[in-house]
Unconditional design. Structure first.
Length: 249
C-alpha cells in the first residue's frame, strides 16, 4: 500500500509549531502532502494563535514548490447534523443544505482562494460530510477531485474523482497493493503523535508518496454496490468510535 498525506484545517492562525515540525519531516523525506486550506475560516476551534501575516504568500510558495492544495470548505462552520453520503460524522457545512446555498458557498470559497493566487480543482469537505447536492455544486463550480471515500484506488462517482482516505492508520501497513491517504489534523497533534510519524517515516520510507502522484493514477467507475458498502463502512466506523468514547466517559 502506497501512502499519501493530507493536512486539514490550514489557516493563518493554526498551530504553526506543529505544522512546521511536520513540514520539516516531509521535507526531509521529499514528500509533498495535500493542504486543506480554509478560504474564510469562521471556526474559533481553528484559532490556535497569532495569525501569520504572510500566510497567503507562504502557501503560494508551497504550491509552486510542488505541494498540492485543496479547498477545505468555505467557513469551516457546521450548520447541519447530517452525515450525507459518507457519514463518518453527523455534522456538516454542506450535507443537508439546499443546492443553491451550497453552490454559492463553494464558489465564494473558490473565488477567495483565487484572489490570493491559489487555484485548485480539489475539494476537501469539513467533517468529511457531503451529499448529492454537494457533488453537483462541485461539478458546476469547476472541481474535478474530492479527497474522501474508502478504497484502494481512485474512483469516479457522479462525474468527480474521489481520492480515498485510510479507514484506520494500522491498515496502511498490511499486505496488498493500492493507494490511500492518511489524514493529519496538525492543530491538535501531541508531541507523541508527531514522534510516531517520525518513526513511521523512517521505517516505511518505501511506502510514502507525494499527493500529486494520486492525481496521475487511472480511475475506475464506482457502482451502486461499492457506494453502498462505503456508506455502511463509514457509518459503522462512526458508531464504533462513539461507543468507544462512551465507554471511556
Amino acid at each position: 500500500m502506497k501512502i499519501a498525506f493530507r493536512m486539514d484545517d490550514i489557516t493563518a492562525d493554526m498551530n504553526w509549531d506543529n505544522f512546521l515540525r511536520m513540514k520539516e519531516l516531509f521535507d526531509r523525506y521529499g514528500i509533498r502532502p495535500l493542504l486543506g486550506v480554509v478560504p474564510r475560516s469562521r471556526d474559533p476551534k481553528l484559532n490556535c494563535g497569532r495569525a501569520r501575516e504572510d500566510f497567503w504568500e507562504y502557501l503560494v510558495g508551497l504550491q509552486e514548490a510542488g505541494w498540492t492544495i485543496a479547498q477545505h470548505g468555505c467557513y469551516h462552520v457546521y450548520t447541519t447534523g447530517k452525515g450525507g453520503l459518507f457519514p463518518l460524522n453527523l455534522f456538516s457545512e454542506y450535507a443537508g443544505v439546499p443546492f443553491e446555498e451550497q453552490r454559492e458557498k463553494i464558489r465564494l470559497g473558490k473565488r477567495s482562494l483565487e484572489e490570493k493566487g491559489i487555484e485548485t480543482d480539489i475539494f476537501m469537505a469539513p467533517g468529511h460530510t457531503y451529499d448529492k447536492n454537494t457533488l453537483r455544486a462541485l461539478r458546476e463550480s469547476g472541481f474535478c477531485f474530492l479527497t474522501d471515500g474508502f478504497g484502494r484506488e481512485p474512483y469516479r462517482r457522479e462525474g468527480l474523482v474521489f481520492l480515498p482516505i485510510a479507514k484506520k492508520r494500522s491498515a496502511c501497513f498490511g499486505p496488498g497493493e493500492g493507494y490511500t491517504t492518511l489524514v493529519l489534523h496538525v492543530n491538535g497533534m501531541s508531541p507523541e503523535e508527531m514522534d510516531w510519524y517520525e518513526g513511521m517515516f523512517s521505517r516505511h520510507r518505501e511506502k510514502l508518496i507525494s499527493y500529486e502522484r494520486l492525481l496521475e493514477l487511472p480511475v475506475k467507475e464506482r457502482g451502486f454496490a461499492g457506494n453502498l458498502a462505503e456508506y455502511l463502512t463509514a457509518g459503522g466506523k462512526r458508531i464504533l468510535v462513539e461507543m468507544r468514547s462512551a465507554g471511556r466517559a
